[in-house]
Design a binder for this molecule. Structure first.
Ligand SMILES: [Fe+2]
Ligand SMILES: [Fe+2]
Length: 366
């Protein structure tokens, strides 16, 4: 019997007791009431929540008719890739509508529910935007179903999805066999899986959509919606950054799995994302094996950096090689930090100013 099993939080405890402030993000038990004003995480949570609220958008506010009018100009192989890309985005956002609340169940700070519930809601909006695109661009119902089904039949898409899902399957298995409890390792890997999904698995595909819009003038309206989605996803990275760093702060700087294992799992994710993206986008619109490989490693380094790990694990790729995203992506990403500014974000575990200066010299953002 594993004594470190993590119990799910109780959603409401109406026993006569005073407010119990959570002292441990994983093991405290509170009355379940969200008291944001009393939370030590108030500043970080409010910043992320307000940013999500401010980003509110509706897919159908962007009219797709201009893209539909130009659809027949798009070469068949490119159009196939566009639809396959939308199918795989649909899959990621579908299961990530469920994942955040699975994690929330084990985090004892009630205010995380604010962020994770809203994140799940945003993922739901994202899935409706893909449905809106398919309905607009593909008249034939059977053809629409064929495209949706790529999410469960295309081997490269399946491999990517399974990489994330394996960690949640393990969580489900433990919940079933341990009266709802999970091991720290399994919870840690599931948290890391969402962090990876949000931080790595979207961005070669987003790059593809930016390139076809800006280089060829195809799918400009879709690209507008993709940009709205991307703006949400970078906040989701920041939410999971906050969760991981809060757990580390609660646990003498350690996460639920060793740092070496974090690096290994991110390394596997980079390999899978690179493989998928080369298979899908190589030599199609100016993306190639080299740019995809370097860019994906750059994303991996960025994830390590945000949770206080050395950001040069994946060699020299600490600068964004993707010129198209230099202004848009980095500025958006850098603007979303749960710690109020990028300096604090970079150095949440760095104690001295000299350490800070040393790390800042290696900055992605210099
Ligand atoms: Fe999403
Ligand atoms: Fe997301």
């Amino acid at each position: 019997m594993n004594n470190n099993l993590i119990k799910p939080k109780r959603r409401y405890v109406n026993e006569p007791q005073n407010y119990v402030k959570p002292t441990d993000i994983l093991h405290s038990q509170t009355d379940g009431i969200i008291r944001l004003s009393e939370s030590e995480l108030e500043d970080q949570v409010v910043k992320l929540f307000d940013t999500m609220l401010a980003n509110f958008w509706k897919p159908k506010s962007t009219k797709l008719s201009p893209d539909l009018q130009k659809l027949s100009e798009i070469p068949t192989d490119l159009l196939d890739t566009i639809f396959k890309s939308l199918a795989q985005l649909t899959a990621l956002d579908s299961f990530n509508t469920i994942n955040p609340m699975d994690i929330d169940k084990y985090l004892k700070y009630p205010e995380f529910s604010l962020l994770l519930a809203y994140q799940a809601g945003q993922e739901a909006v994202h899935t409706t935007s893909y449905s809106y695109m398919f309905e607009t661009f593909i008249v034939d119902k059977n053809e629409r179903l064929r495209v949706y089904n790529l999410a469960i039949s295309d081997p490269h898409i399946v491999k990517r999805n399974q990489f994330i899902i394996q960690f949640f399957d393990q969580m489900d298995y433990e919940i079933k066999h341990n009266q709802g409890q999970v091991t720290p390792e399994t919870l840690g890997k599931a948290i890391l899986a969402i962090y990876i999904l949000e931080g790595i698995f979207f961005y070669n595909t987003f790059t593809f959509f930016h390139k076809i819009a800006h280089t060829f003038g195809y799918m400009n309206q879709v690209e507008t919606i993709i940009s709205e989605i991307k703006r949400d996803e970078v906040i989701h990275i920041a939410i999971f950054q906050l969760i991981i760093n809060t757990i580390r702060s609660n646990n003498n700087g350690k996460f639920l799995i060793p740092d070496s294992e974090i690096e290994e799992i991110i390394s596997q994710a980079i390999a899978i994302e690179t493989d998928y993206s080369i298979h899908s986008y190589n030599n199609l619109i100016g993306m190639n094996e080299t740019t995809i490989s370097i860019y994906t490693k750059y994303l991996g380094n960025k994830l390590l950096r945000r949770i206080g790990l050395p950001d040069n694990k994946f060699h020299e790729y600490t600068k964004n090689p993707n010129k198209l995203f230099d202004d848009k992506f980095d500025q958006e990403l850098n603007g979303v930090s749960p710690y109020g500014n990028i300096e604090a974000d970079n150095n949440v575990f760095v104690k001295t100013s000299s350490d800070y200066i040393q790390i800042d010299k290696q900055s992605l953002f210099s």
